[in-house]
Write a protein that binds this ligand. Sequence first.
Ligand code: FMN
Ligand SMILES: CCCCCCC(=O)C(=O)O
Length: 345
Amino acid sequence: MRTLREYEAVARERLDPVHYDYFAGGAGDEVTLRANEASLARLALLPRILRGGARRELGVTLLGTGASMPVLVAPTAFHRLAAPDGERATVRAVAAADTIMIVSMAATVAVEDIAAEAPDAKLWFQLYVQPDLAFTEAIVRRAEAAGCRALVVTVDSPALGRRERDGRNGFHDLPDGLYCENLRIGDSPGHVRQIAMSPEISWEHIAWLRDVTELPIVLKGVLRAEDARLAAGAGVAGLIVSNHGGRQLDTVPATIDVLPEVVDAAGGLPVLMDGGIRRGTDVLKALALGASAVAIGRPVVWGLAAEGEQGVKGVLERIRDEVDDALVQCGCASVRDLDRTYVRC
Ligand SMILES: Cc1cc2nc3c(=O)[nH]c(=O)nc-3n(C[C@H](O)[C@H](O)[C@H](O)COP(=O)(O)O)c2cc1C
Ligand SMILES: CCCCCCC(=O)C(=O)O
């Protein structure tokens, strides 16, 4: 397979159609799901010429964590629906690629087991703050003890998005034998339906979290400048411009379209972006518009479903290669050379 899209085609053949729909689908009419890719494709890159330089530097450092390329693995739930060893296969591939895996709170392998599978892996942990703060704190402690280096708090989910494919398919829970292992308490297994996506979560919870943990806090799901300003004032360490891959509120803008205004309002905080990144050229566009790095969600799942660990490695190496190629074609020696002049809207 030569492109990230080719992995999706193979994954689709291998997955149970109900699970394919869960991974691929968006909310409502899937307007935002389509817009993420379409808006990236509409932007043009403007290369420089005659710049010299034989090698490119792709590495970035984010909140003190180095990554060999500006492409992270976004948190996605339920990897064991895609491959028997699920997140264990993913983390082995991510460690080999030397990038950062943001472990989903809804992972089907426990964060401790993910960390043990690849002791060199660089892990951040994604959290849905739960109204039960003692339960939330217990999950944070597990992530800390497993060696996660940042807490990515998803803030775009006051309620679950209207996933109509899942409704039609009757997909509301994991099959027998699969659990949300980060929700396990003692001997009681963790169930998806335990995850509260609560409209009660507020800035006060972010302040509470800052008291509870020393880990840097990254807010995932920021789409507006005023929220970026509030986040900077609330002492968070970074932001992810994200619309949850079009799975939450349908018809919100494509992430690339709001990235510049969020970057401008973020007061120098690192701003990452996800949503629709499928090509190295997409990565360059996001970096040029001010992202410190991007994250990919579905392509990792497609790699996992297509070829397990090798598939995730394939996805990560292909996008690395495309980023390198796009940089050389743009006349850049480093991802740091990119700025807004490289993109024509
Ligand atoms: C199948 C699937 C599961 C996801 N699970 C989570 C999750 O557990 N937590 C979270 O914050 N975001 C989750 N997301 C959103 C991703 O982190 C990310 O924002 C999105 O996938 C990026 O878009 P892309 O898939 O086009 O790359 C999920 C997305 C998908 C497709
Ligand atoms: C079926 C509910 C799963 C919620 C957690 C995973 C997630 O965020 C997603 O987008 O799916």
